[in-house]
Design a protein around this ligand. Structure first.
Ligand code: SAH
Ligand code: SF4
Ligand code: F3S
Length: 455
């Protein structure tokens, strides 16, 4: 009987991408990828270490999996991958002896060997940052696997981070910044598009610091890369995430003006609005620099929508500091945002500070910030009512006879399924906004046909 593997991912989009690459790898090893842990011969938890809550989830999940067995009755092999694997290594097996192997985010191309070791009862732990490029050693997805994943895809172009923000574990869990060569990315994008993908989101912890080898002895910027990918005819939309304000180059801003395939939506975290806090966070820019940068980006692309990340209760944050965060949010205006209570992470500089903010204060600040951000999101969505927006149809809606797609601003848009098909971009007159979603009807005669998709 074919062995079954289940992969569960936590955390950011890079983990989602890694999970697809691990799935391709396991498929090449003869596993069928299944949607639940029940009855799986192998369960792989692809973990996140960014905040304490995220990291702790792993152990409760492992507790639940303790007695797991495959359909054949054999005990399920349990692996821990991702950023907790990197940060805690062998400690994971000490804390939960049921774990059979541990693999860090830079070593998962060695998965087949690790599984063999685990089957032999060796409990292997691989948290190396190997010299070889893991992407060159990974199995390629089959056309069928790509098509099954839908018309949008993630593509990691840059990994790791050299910024060392005082609160953040990423430079430790993902290592130093590394960019993949342009040719490798273009080949991967072409393979995706060939199988029906219409929108690609380029991923990196610091994606706009991208500087991959261009094959002519030089380096390409993210703007250069976007230009290259835009040349793939059947690729309709390009996005990238996550960016750091200090790496927002002139050419990338210009690309937002000039490159029609680059969507007018930018995730550009500022984290806080107080210069004192920004300095303590080691973000290396002031609040005014960020505001000026946004003005410049909006001058280049007036309809660009912004999203961001915020941390409240960073050590030493005063009421006045927090008000500065509220002020910058009001000044900039976000279409969407993620906000978090500061979580002290082992090994990061800020975790050792003595002026930690009380939990109740953090909770109150988070509530106020989230209320403001939610208002802005609602206003942004409502302002879309009455507009005509191009929508990429992604799948059938929950209700019969309905498609769900995405606007250029990443909002889910629900339309009657009487126009277009999955993978088409249709012009939609937006008639209502509810929660995070928009509703509308496709404008007749405006359906832009895509290339036909293989089933
Ligand atoms: N590379 C991205 C962020 C990756 S982590 C960037 O520089 O913007 C995603 C978000 O998690 C961060 O933007 C930050 O808002 C939040 N975050 C990171 N570490 C955190 C911590 N210790 N406590 C609370 N939130 C944190
Ligand atoms: Fe973390 Fe800062 Fe690097 Fe983003 S830029 S991944 S927040 S260290
Ligand atoms: Fe989490 Fe690692 Fe991503 S810590 S946010 S999974 S880079």
């Amino acid at each position: 009987m074919e062995k079954r593997a289940f992969i569960k991912s936590y955390g950011c989009q890079m983990n989602v991408y890694d999970a697809t690459r691990m799935a391709d790898q396991l498929r090449a090893e003869g596993y069928a990828i299944v949607e639940e842990a029940e009855g799986a011969d192998l369960v792989l938890l692809n973990t996140c270490h960014i905040r304490e809550k995220a990291a702790e989830k792993v152990y409760s999940e492992l507790g639940r999996l303790k007695n797991a067995r495959g359909a054949s009755g054999e005990r399920t092999l349990i692996g821990v991958a991702g950023c907790v694997a990197q940060a805690e290594g062998e400690e994971i097996i000490r804390r939960q002896p049921r774990v059979d192997f541990v693999v860090g985010p830079q070593a998962y191309h060695r998965l087949p060997a690790l599984i063999k070791g685990a089957e032999a009862g060796q409990k292997p732990v691989d948290t190396d940052f190997p010299a070889e490029d893991k992407f060159n050693h990974l199995a390629q997805p089959t056309r069928r696997a790509i098509t099954a994943r839908g018309v949008t895809a993630f593509l990691t172009v840059q990994e790791g981070c050299d910024k060392f923000c005082a609160f953040c574990v990423v430079p430790y869990t993902r290592g130093a910044e590394v960019s993949r060569p342009v040719a490798e990315i273009v080949a991967e994008a072409e393979r995706l598009v060939e199988a029906g993908v219409r929108e690609i989101t380029l991923l990196g912890q610091n994606v706009n610091a991208y500087h991959g080898a261009d094959g002519r002895g030089g380096h390409a910027s993210l703007a250069d890369l976007v230009g290259r990918l835009a040349g793939i005819e059947a690729l309709a939309r390009i996005r990238f995430t996550t960016s750091h304000p200090n790496d927002m180059g002139e050419d990338l801003i210009a690309a937002h003006r000039d490159e029609a395939k680059l969507m007018p939506y930018l995730h550009l975290p500022v984290q806080a609005g107080s210069d004192t806090v920004l300095k303590a966070m080691n973000r290396k820019h002031r609040a005014a620099d960020y505001v000026a940068l946004i003005a410049k980006i909006r001058a280049a692309r007036p309809d660009l929508a912004l999203s961001g990340d915020f941390i409240v209760g960073f050590p030493g944050e005063t009421d006045a500091d927090f008000e500065a965060t509220m002020a910058i949010v009001r000044e900039v205006g976000y279409a969407a945002a993620y906000s978090f209570k500061y979580s002290p992470r082992p090994g990061t500089p800020a975790a050792g500070r003595e002026d930690q903010v009380e939990e109740a204060v953090k909770a109150e600040r988070l509530q106020r910030l989230q209320a403001l951000l939610l208002d802005q999101q609602r206003d942004f969505n409502r302002a879309c009512v009455g507009r005509r927006l191009p929508v990429l149809i992604e799948k059938a809606g929950r209700r019969e006879g309905q498609w769900v797609g995405r606007s250029p601003y990443l909002q889910p848009v629900h339309i009657p399924a009487d126009a277009g098909g999955i993978g088409d971009i249709v012009e939609v007159d937006i008639s209502a906004a509810e929660g995070n979603s928009l509703f509308g009807t496709a404008v007749e005669g405006h359906a832009r046909p895509s290339r036909s998709r293989a089933a």
